[in-house]
Ligand binder design. Structure first.
Ligand code: MIG
Length: 746
């Protein structure tokens, strides 16, 4: 193996707002994006294009810097970057000189054959969080990970890699925070002191550049805001996608789909979405319908609409090789498929049989793919589920020399799924006119939040997977993703009734609430569990619908700030050691004010950690001081959820789907507190893009415990609220009704 360390500086130049530093081995470039975001890119092959699939922003002007014999010092209002000239090293500090992250003096950036690695100093108390969909603990210190999008069917609770790549982590030490996004799409590696005896952390990739963005804001909220400024934020999801979703591999016919949907209405269990998994197609050919089992897709979807259901259908990337099949013929004639280097088309077998794979990296192919969705949008499909886009070839690695246009598999594997989701999103958005499409993807890379929701793939019907699923959601929330689901109940295997009930109760607090099961598993729908369990499941789903005004406002926050709906406690309590304790690491905030403690199905009590402040048990309003461990009751009917003192939570009456108008009353629940609090209430029509042109209803609701005054700010936007009336419900007050003073009206 050839090892090459980055050596001494030979020349320095500032050109086009870029600082160039040349050494014998490579050229480093430095850009400043904002005072808290600095990019460093060190590369050997200078003629390669500088393409990012993730980043949507451009650098700004380069600040003044000073140079001595040994160093270059660059200052922004928030950061100091000291570049040691010989050998070339990059060290980041706060503006007042506290070390945030420094290269390892000895090894810094180096190449090991084609691999590029950065060894960085590891601080004694340093913790790491992030990397998105990764198993393991919240604190990733002492662990190592690989990013290589993988169809991880039947994965265990420690498996790595899974389906997605988010090479972005946040470091915490000495009371400081920083973020680092390694924007390299090759197979990549992160080691947070797992194998270096606590001396170094390191990251790197099988090729490409040492290309990273350093984030120096001093809170996790601000780092997420910066990261999602750089890579984009989600748009408002369709409101219906936040309701209950019922899925299965597969409902086998239109009759079965309609039968299941009707049963929800008969049982008065709220639901919005039903899915068609792969069996709706004709021989698994994408953009076709099975004429026998789904003879009249439009007729079926019209009937679904009448009872307030939306249909989501699955699409896989593999295009069946079959003359006369439109997608095959068009793709073949236009050279839209992946090839071997000699130009022959690459073939492998997936569901439809022998297939070719669209080159989603190519924008023309994206357009073509997007336009083909008429086969689904014309009959009225509302959401588009992108599966198998790692891409999967029955769980195997596709040969590295397969080419997608100018790129090799090994260069773009990790972005293939995101590019498919992008093609799906842009295409269906065009076809649906002013309606928001719902896209759900399994594989992803940084930036996917701009196009799609994600789910965590094929989990199993076990308690361990329930807890793992929550950690994956919490960790994905540190990557700009907010609309995240797990297969409630577990994909493989049959949950016990207790596990089903428990998992469903956690689903209320899962950003995307979808029940899904694999082929061959027992039926999973809410009425399959006996009357008593059905009643609990129903009550929990009703609670989800009651919370929708709060949840929708929470997603609005994601669109504005990049803050996820489900938040690891590390976001707001980063300096509290207890939140990293493996006993409590699954706990999370759901929106601003609800702390949820996941509990496995066999335990009816849970040890819960309540961080600083005051908390109320949701439902009973029993009050607790924060900063303590408590034993909470956790019967299957009552998942431990705690409300932060001062919380303002808008709720509505139970509805059967988001199509229902309800009773027109918005309940404003307010829990007593000691300091002033506020909630940004947001509403729009839930389906169109009008909100991007002022069609929304937004106001800040403030609660001041001094005098118990609630103030409603003037309305922003020109949408008329669907609620005609406000009802205040006060919790934790003595004589609440008499003592709340309301300023402003709905
Ligand atoms: O080879 O479409 O993760 O949710 O039900 C399995 C069938 C393919 C994997 C997905 C799963 C879906 C299943 N798919």
């Amino acid at each position: 193996m050839q090892t090459q360390l980055l050596g001494n500086t030979e020349s320095i130049a500032l050109q086009n707002n870029t600082l160039f530093i040349k050494t014998f081995q490579a050229t480093a470039r430095v850009w400043v994006y904002t005072p808290t975001i600095i990019r460093v890119c060190i590369r050997k092959n200078f003629d390669e294009a500088d393409r990012s699939f993730a980043v949507i922003q451009k650098p700004t002007s380069f600040p003044s810097y000073t140079e001595t014999d040994n160093e270059i010092e660059l200052n922004t209002s928030a950061l100091k970057l000291i570049i040691i000239k010989s050998p070339l090293r990059f060290n980041f500090y706060t503006a007042d000189g506290k070390a945030l992250s420094e290269d390892d003096k000895r090894f810094g950036v180096n190449w090991q054959d084609a691999r590029v690695i950065n060894y960085r100093k590891l601080y004694p108390d340093e913790k790491f969080i992030g990397l998105g969909e990764k198993t393991g603990n919240l604190n990733r210190r002492g662990s190592s990970y690989v990013n290589w999008n993988t169809d991880a069917a039947l994965h265990g609770v420690d498996a790595d890699p899974l389906y997605k790549t988010f090479p972005f982590f946040i470091g915490l030490h000495s009371g400081l925070t920083y973020g680092l996004f390694f924007d390299n799409t090759r197979k990549s590696y992160f080691d947070f002191g797992a194998t270096t005896d606590d001396e170094m952390s390191w990251f790197g990739a099988d090729g490409g550049d040492m290309n990273y963005y350093f984030f120096g804001a001093q809170s996790i909220r601000e780092i997420l805001q910066d990261y999602t400024w750089l890579t984009g934020r989600m748009e408002m999801p369709p409101l219906w996608s936040l309701g209950y979703q019922q899925c299965r591999w597969s409902y086998m016919s239109a009759d079965e789909v309609l039968g299941i949907a009707k049963k929800f209405r008969e049982h008065q269990i709220p639901a919005d979405v039903i899915y068609c998994d792969i069996d709706y197609m004709d021989g698994f050919k994408i953009f076709t319908w099975n004429k026998k089992t789904f003879p009249d897709p439009k007729g079926m979807i019209d009937k679904l609409k009448l009872i307030g259901f939306r249909l989501v259908t699955i699409v896989d990337p593999g295009i069946k090789i079959e003359k006369g099949y439109k997608q095959y013929d068009e793709g073949f004639v236009n050279n839209y498929f992946a090839t071997y280097p000699n130009g022959e088309l690459y073939t492998t077998s997936v569901w439809p049989g022998r297939c070719h794979f669209p080159d989603f990296i190519n924008d023309e192919v994206k357009e073509w793919w997007g336009a083909a969705f008429t086969a689904l949008t014309e009959p009225g499909v509302a959401g588009f589920w992108n599966d198998m886009n790692e891409p999967a070839a029955w769980g195997q690695n596709i040969p590295w020399l397969v080419k997608f246009g100018e790129y090799y598999m090994q260069e773009i594997r990790n972005v293939y799924g995101m590019e498919m989701a992008k093609a799906t999103y842009n295409g269906t958005k065009k076809l649906l006119g002013n309606k928001r499409p719902f896209v759900l993807t399994r594989a992803a890379y940084s930036g996917t939040q701009r196009y799609s929701a994600v789910w965590t793939g094929d989990n199993a019907a076990t308690d361990e997977h329930l807890l793992l699923g929550q950690r994956l959601v919490n960790s994905l929330g540190l990557t700009g993703m907010s609309l995240i689901g797990v297969d409630i109940g577990g994909f493989m295997g049959n949950p016990t009734p207790e596990l089903m009930v428990r998992w469903n109760s956690l689903g209320v607090y899962t950003p995307m609430f979808r029940n899904h099961a694999a082929q061959g598993m027992a039926m999973r729908e809410p009425w399959e569990w006996g009357e008593e369990n059905e009643a609990i499941i129903k009550k929990d789903i009703e609670l989800r619908y009651r919370l929708l005004p709060y949840i929708y406002s929470g997603f609005y926050q994601s669109t504005q700030t990049g803050l996820p709906l489900s938040r690891t406690l590390a976001i707001d309590y980063s300096n509290d050691e207890n939140v990293f304790d493996t006993k409590f690491q699954n706990q999370f905030m759901f929106g601003d004010s609800m702390l949820v403690a996941p509990v496995i199905s066999s335990e009816l009590f849970a040890e819960v950690y309540l961080p600083k402040g005051e908390w109320y048990r949701f439902g009973t309003n029993e009050k607790y001081k924060g900063n303590q461990f408590i034993i909470a009751d956790a019967p299957l009917t009552n998942l431990p959820v705690f409300i932060k003192a001062g919380a303002i939570i808008p709720m509505q009456s139970v509805i059967q789907s988001t199509n229902d108008k309800g009773d027109g009353i918005l309940e404003l629940h307010i829990w007593n507190g000691t300091t002033a609090s506020e909630f940004v209430y947001y509403e729009d029509d839930g389906v169109s893009y009008d909100y991007q042109n002022g069609g929304y209803y937004k106001r800040v609701i403030r609660f001041d415990p001094q005098g118990n005054i609630v103030t409603l700010s003037p309305v922003e936007g020109d949408f008329k609220s669907k609620y005609q009336q406000l009802k205040f419900i006060a919790h934790g007050f003595e004589n609440a009704d008499k003592s709340l003073t309301i300023i402003g009206s709905w």
